[in-house]
Ligand binder design. Structure first.
Ligand code: BGC
Length: 748
């Protein structure tokens, strides 16, 4: 079109010349836009910092303060002149239209774009973040983030609020499904890739909740106590790696207090660690309602209050006018926001509403789920199922006739097609109501066993379900544990008598396969009874097809656990989760806005397990577990050999892994290190991993280079990572408890 118009104008006669001309024209038909003399910051050859400085010089005090806060929650609030240009997400900061700086339009997007249903838009629900973590696949994490970025942009947003990376220190945390497991190296690497994927779409990326919001109970008031070394080597290390890997433009500070101060006004967290030690150049946004002061928060390093402006609106301006907030401090906040917008490209590539491609989204969601499903048990090769040999299949429980459960709270994605367990046209998503995605395991199973009679039983009556099970060739029981932001799990046991259901069904028919839909680990008093167990997590928009493909073997399972499954809650570092008293849970009666902003009185939780999160705890305490970190079976088998460890410039391990079975598969190879005794660390820590595709019979050489930080301890006195001299044992294998290869290197 462009070519023919130009040809007409320029009257170029020959086709050959025309094609030359067509190839020569740039992506923008008119060529790059000229840079207006009055807006020199539109020159994209300048650095983000230079561009931010040029804008800053032109801004009035009001314009600067306007960038520091939100204007309410457009999702809930009526349309006002300030939020009218927004996309009606959960947060909006008006830009500086006069200077060509757009508003920052924020949406939650943990496993897909939130609240799109009310706006008549489509969003793909990816499998829960914990499922992506189970794939141990940095490329899949990138694709996960890129899909979210594409859909945000297509819907008109330019900032995500995803990127959750709190460690699973407390597995009953109701947001475990939104996070990436218990290990900082795995979680940090994957969240970094996810963020890089999102930002590749010119959408501002975010990493959250910084830091130690590891339980939901009393999250607005809890005061977490932990020492600096343990903090830096655990939860903060996950953030450090995530930020270094993905360069998110934003960090969301969390609701809780840490060692006495709220995270969003915590000098140590924001200024000392994030901005000074890690040299983070982006901006800190408060969690929603997590700002508790003006001067203190500003001085500690908070850059942007969301969703409102109680502390960073008029009060901020007054504080600047009164000299209580230095102008240099104000300018630093503004500069950080502007430079981030330039760095990610939201100014050069303005958000552009277009069309979400739900078909491509389903395919990506399915593939990631397929690589994250974990086969926990498979006695006598009960799986994969051979459709040709099965006459009857009983499918039981968890609404598996119509759908699969999803994780709730601000992560909740509206299902394309509505809630599977609601009447057609009903089923809007509401805070803390379960949403079942219309992806039917029953249909997926029937489609893969067309000649078999496939029946469904709800499982409501375990005895009746057992009778159905007894009559079938094969039984597939679906069981779930729903979780959501704003609550913690009562326990790690399956709720609603599902333990009883599984026990009775498996007793009636030994060819029982259990499929779990959970975000957190589960205890399994019935673990010995069924023939096979699959952990499918919250499986996303096309979860049933992914589960069907694994059950019938067109996909070989390859996921490995990103969280330890303990035998019992008595084995957790904190067998009982500490909950707030009533005074720390809610304000009683009407309170002034000042009191509300200042926050609830604290209650204390001490992380005395320190760095011993997840497997590090069970290893150190010598507690046997149900299924260890890094564990997962396959339909084929792998053999490890030939470990060599070298430490010339960097520490590297090289080994071979062979597929010794008859099917292609992907093996997640893991490298752990035991530090010298002088380090006084838990017995081992993950220091590297690599997901390796192997055809049947194929053998590959794998090299993993280990970041020296992963072998170091955090020295509080030096305030630095320190590699201690001594012997390091490097261990390689397919799970934290199956490490057949060992080598010792001495580091000076
Ligand atoms: C959550 C954040 C979320 C924000 C906006 C908060 O309650 O903790 O994760 O991004 O709300 O919805």
């Amino acid at each position: 079109m462009t070519c023919s118009l130009r040809r007409a104008r320029l009257a170029i006669p020959s086709l050959a010349l025309l094609s030359l001309f067509c190839f020569a024209i740039p992506a923008f038909p008119q060529g790059p836009k000229p840079i207006p003399a009055e807006k020199p910051w539109m020159n994209s050859t300048l650095s983000p910092d230079e561009r931010a400085d040029l804008v800053l010089k032109e801004m009035t005090l009001d314009e600067k303060v306007a960038l520091l806060h939100g204007v309410g929650m457009p999702t809930d609030d009526p349309v006002t002149p300030e939020n009218a240009p927004s996309n009606r997400g959960v947060g909006y900061a008006v830009g500086v239209p006069r200077l060509g700086i757009p508003g920052i339009d924020m949406s939650d997007a943990a496993y897909g774009v939130r609240s799109s249903g009310v706006n008549g838009r489509y969003s793909t629900a990816l499998p829960a973040n914990v499922a992506a973590a189970a794939s141990w696949d940095p490329e899949a994490a990138y694709e996960y983030g890129a899909l979210i970025g594409r859909e945000l942009r297509a819907q008109g947003f330019n900032m995500t609020l995803g990127g959750g990376v709190n460690l699973t220190r407390e597995p009953r945390n109701g947001r475990t499904f939104e996070y990436l497991g218990e290990d900082p190296v795995l979680a940090g690497t994957l969240v970094g890739k996810l963020i890089a994927g999102t930002q590749s779409q010119h959408v501002i990326g975010d990493i959250k909740h910084y830091a130690f919001n590891d339980q939901e109970s009393g999250r607005n008031s809890v005061n977490i106590h932990i020492g600096k070394r343990a903090a830096r080597e655990s939860d903060l290390l996950a953030f450090e790696i995530g930020i270094a890997t993905g360069h998110p433009a934003a960090v969301m500070c969390s609701y809780n207090r840490l060692n006495g101060d709220f995270a969003c006004e915590n000098q140590y967290l924001l200024n000392e660690v994030l901005k000074k030690d890690w040299q983070f150049p982006g901006f800190v946004v408060s969690d929603w309602g997590g700002t508790h002061s003006t001067e203190k928060a500003s001085a500690a390093g908070l850059d942007n209050e969301q969703p409102g402006r109680f502390s960073f609106g008029d009060r901020y301006k007054i504080a600047v006018d009164a000299g209580k907030v230095p102008v240099t401090e104000l300018d630093d906040h503004v500069r950080r926001i502007l430079r981030s917008m330039f760095a990610v490209g939201v100014i050069d590539y303005p958000r552009l509403r277009s069309v979400v491609d739900p078909f491509a989204g389903f395919e990506t969601a399915r593939k990631i789920e397929e690589s994250g499903i974990v086969l926990l048990k498979n006695n006598k090769a009960a799986l994969p199922l051979d459709a040709a040999k099965i006459r009857t299949i009983a499918v039981i429980g968890a609404h598996s006739d119509v759908g699969m459960i999803s994780g709730g709270g601000s992560a909740q994605v509206d299902p394309i097609g509505g809630n599977a367990i609601a009447a057609p046209g009903q089923g809007a998503t509401r805070w803390q109501e379960q949403i079942w995605f219309p992806t039917s395991p029953l249909k997926a199973i029937q489609a893969r066993a067309p000649k078999a009679t496939v029946t469904y039983d709800s499982g409501a009556d375990p005895a009746a379900a057992a009778a159905v099970a007894k009559a079938a060739d094969v039984v597939i029981v679906f069981a779930y544990q729903w979780e959501s932001e704003g609550m913690d799990l009562e326990s790690l046991s399956l709720p609603l008598h599902q333990d009883d259901l599984i026990a009775k069904v498996a007793a009636a028919n030994p060819r029982t396969i259990v499929v779990l839909e959970t975000g957190s680990p589960v205890t399994m008093p019935w673990v010995d009874a069924p023939a096979a167990i699959l952990e499918a997590w919250y499986a996303g928009s096309d979860g049933a097809n992914a589960v069907g493909n694994v059950l019938f073997g067109s996909v070989n399972p390859s996921g490995k656990l990103p969280n330890t499954f303990p035998k019992s809650e008595a084995d957790l570092p904190h067998p009982n989760l500490t909950k707030p008293g009533p005074e720390s849970e809610h304000f009683s009666g009407p309170v002034s806005p000042e009191t509300r902003a200042a926050g609830l009185p604290p209650f204390e939780v001490t992380y005395d397990e320190g760095v011993k999160v997840g497997y590090k705890w069970y290893d150190a305490e010598k507690k046997p577990v149900l299924f260890p970190f890094g564990y997962g079976l396959s339909y084929t088998s792998y053999k490890y050999a030939g470990l060599q460890a070298t430490s010339d410039k960097a520490v590297k391990v090289t080994f071979t892994v062979a597929n010794t079975g008859a099917r292609a598969g992907a093996e997640i190879t893991q490298v752990y290190a035991a530090l010298p005794a002088s380090a006084q660390e838990p017995p081992k820590r993950l220091v590297g991993f690599s997901r390796v595709n192997l055809n049947a019979g194929e053998k590959k050489t794998v090299t993993v280079e280990i970041d020296p930080k992963y072998l170091s301890i955090f020295d509080e006195e030096k305030n630095a990572w320190t590699l201690l001299p001594g012997d390091y044992t490097l261990m390689v294998g397919g799970s934290s408890q199956s490490l057949p290869l060992k080598a010792v290197i001495n580091l000076k």
